[in-house]
Write a protein that binds this ligand. Structure first.
Ligand code: SF4
Ligand code: SF4
Length: 478
């Protein structure tokens, strides 16, 4: 233990030597600096707002556990308690019915604000507030400490997890029925806990490799005005819970801002830095562009659009009729007319809503089809865009870099789509505000595309793609 001023820095030598995988992600730390700061420490003057926030977070890091526990209790209460309360009547509101209140908090506030928060605070939500992340880390301290298997390291796994959860959520009516919310949200909590218990120690294998929301938060955090970055020194190895090599880190995407690698007493560790929103994406070529992140962004955009389109558009009704006739012609009419259990599809006869296997197949394939179509169209435009280079980057890095320009319009659309019920009570202002936010997101995307690719012909296909995403979202949101 060495002491600097009122700050005590304990350096723990890990049992195993440092090792980074091919992606440069650290698996075993050499040094895990555990910093114990007394609140208000003046060991080293911290400059500006970022210094103040950093000092506050580092000095209170030991208390993060209380915040985690509080958030876990609130979240579990929100998903479990409404199950025991009556289903809302037509004239009920969030003030008169607990199920509606919980629905408003989870879908109107919790998730939209979680996504929106990254623009201001990076992934501080993950490091400080997320109950799932906290639970998986808590369980990993007490678990089996097994190594992460190869299949879990596949970079497409978080996307597969996102697709599965989103489609399941639509099929069981996660936004409308408390039992379905308990199944999907409680189920992912359970899986996060299990993953933490089985794999690694003191880390978050779930957050890095399986969380369906993590990669989206990671991509959007690159837009954020706060990031954990090097301070010009060499960087110190730290036991990063999401397996980032803190000595080479230049990207925000996997960083959950847990502050574990931040030491205000040392020049060489990482520091919390405030920056212009979108700055990391403007210089994405130097910030570890990753084609998997972009594929996730495009796929998630397509799937989210599919989720809105099947409830809103006539195209879905036509598609369902077409499939129904085809199944009847094939002799499966009686089979597809039957319903399945509530945990597979909506089945609440007392609420007047029941899906059958035709609904199940139609919704799932319609959503997946929309995802493939949108993703394919955007990918073609992106690939064309990358054919005309601005920088001497490898081709896929160029394509990946250009793809990050979609982030603002995708983020705003997702937040508006999730939180549309938030604007309903605001009357005409409630229509104006989403429209203004939407326009701002689209303009920001166009600005980023020009910044990334320069004002040259290569940017045009990408602009077309941004226009396509904006138009598709506009048609479901307004
Ligand atoms: S990655 Fe997912 S589970 Fe982990 S902290 Fe973030 S939102 Fe929560
Ligand atoms: S703050 Fe540091 S230790 Fe924590 S997730 Fe980010 S890089 Fe890893």
């Amino acid at each position: 233990m060495r002491t600097q001023g009122s700050m005590k820095i304990k350096e723990e030598t890990a049992e195993e030597p440092v090792g980074a995988d091919k992606a440069g992600n650290c698996r075993r730390p050499v040094i895990d600096p555990v910093i114990e700061l007394t609140p208000g420490s003046t060991a080293r003057p911290l400059a500006g707002l970022s210094g103040k926030v950093e000092g506050f977070l580092v000095s209170h890091r030991a208390r993060f556990g209380y915040v985690h526990a509080f958030m876990a209790v609130v979240f579990l209460a929100l998903v479990a308690i409404p199950v025991f309360f009556p289903f809302p009547a037509d004239d009920d509101t969030a003030l008169t019915n607990l199920q509606l209140l919980a629905r408003f908090i989870v879908w109107g506030l919790w998730f939209p604000l979680m996504f929106l928060s990254v623009v201001l605070f990076g992934r501080l939500w993950c490091g400080l507030l997320c109950p799932q992340g906290a639970l998986t880390e808590f369980m990993s301290k007490r678990g089996l400490n097994r190594p992460i298997p190869g299949w879990m390291r596949w970079k497409g796994l978080p996307f597969a997890s996102f697709v599965f959860i989103t489609v399941l959520g639509q099929l069981v009516g996660v936004r409308d029925y408390s039992l379905a919310a308990l199944e999907v949200l409680g189920g992912t909590m359970l899986l996060a806990a299990l993953t933490g218990f089985i794999y690694t120690k003191d880390r978050r294998a779930w957050c890095r490799h399986l969380c369906p929301a993590g990669p989206l938060l990671g991509i959007f955090s690159r837009l954020g005005s706060a990031g954990i970055d090097k301070n010009g020194g060499t960087g110190t190895s730290a036991a990063c819970p999401t397996f980032i090599n803190t000595q080479t880190k230049t990207a925000s995407s996997n960083c959950i801002a847990c502050m574990r690698c931040v030491n205000p007493a040392s020049e060489s560790t990482l520091r919390l830095k405030l920056r212009r929103p979108g700055r990391e994406i403007e210089e994405i070529g130097k910030r570890e562009p990753d084609i998997w992140e972009v594929l996730f962004l495009l796929g998630a955009t397509g799937l989210a659009l599919g989720a809105f389109y099947w409830t809103e558009s006539d195209m879905y009704t036509l598609y369902r009729d077409f499939l129904g006739n085809a199944f009847i012609d094939l002799g499966y009419g009686s089979l597809i007319g039957q319903s399945g259990p509530w945990w597979v599809m909506v089945n609440y006869p007392w609420a007047g809503e029941t899906f059958n296997w035709l609904d199940f197949i139609s919704i799932a394939t319609f959503m997946l089809g929309t995802m493939v179509a949108v993703m394919g169209a955007l990918l073609i435009l992106l690939i064309s865009s990358a054919l005309i280079p601005k920088e001497k980057l490898e081709y896929w890095k160029r394509a990946a870099s250009a793809g990050y320009a979609y982030a603002p319009v995708a983020l705003v659309s997702l937040v508006l789509g999730l939180g549309i019920m938030l604007f309903e009570p605001l009357g005409s202002f409630g229509k104006l505000l989403p429209a203004a936010l939407f326009a701002a997101g689209a303009i920001w995307s166009v600005y980023l595309a020009v910044k990334i690719q320069g004002p040259r012909p290569g940017v045009l296909p990408n602009m077309l793609g941004i226009g396509l995403v904006a138009w598709l979202w506009y048609s479901v949101l307004f």
